[in-house]
Design a protein around this ligand. Sequence first.
Ligand code: SF4
Ligand code: SF4
Length: 185
Amino acid sequence: MAKVVNRMHPDFATQSYVVEAFKGVALVTRQFARNLFAKKDIVTVQYPEDRRPYTPRFRGKHRLMLRDDKSVRCVACMLCATACPANCITIVAKEIDDPTIEKAPASFDIDLLKCIYCGFCEEACPCDAIRLDSGVHAIPSFTRRDQKAGVINLLSLGGVSIASQGGEHRAHSHEGTAHGRSSGH
Ligand code: SF4
Ligand code: SF4
């Protein structure tokens, strides 16, 4: 059944908008003074002086892990790049002299603008070579190119892991989160 809505019939003062405009100015002025002097109920965070803490579930940027001898753990098997749903990992492999390790990455790039921080790369890696637990927020940049995290950048957040290659994950690693859960950019 249709509902009858009674239409308002504003008087001349309301229709002229003069009174309403002054009411609006008074409201804004009152809130401005309240924010300036009383500083109550301000929802705006004064970034970068004040920063909201991230949720404990926040992963942060990727990091590449190292072996005890400080060589990169990645063996360029491409499993992470294959598992990546955003297709944002680009690895170029190279052969190395060590006969126990077939390959290493000549380059390892992650396009952070495409990455959805799902963690599939970390799950797919059999070597504990890539982790998504730095707690570091990707830094804003002026160009797309600057959002490509290369091997040097990824290693700078990394650490040593002694998980057996192709085997146990995390349980035997030296460390957990690289930088903790801060909201620092
Ligand atoms: S977190 Fe997900 S989207 Fe980002 S690089 Fe890893 S697999 Fe790809
Ligand atoms: S899955 Fe691990 S070892 Fe394989 S290419 Fe990716 S990071 Fe390197």
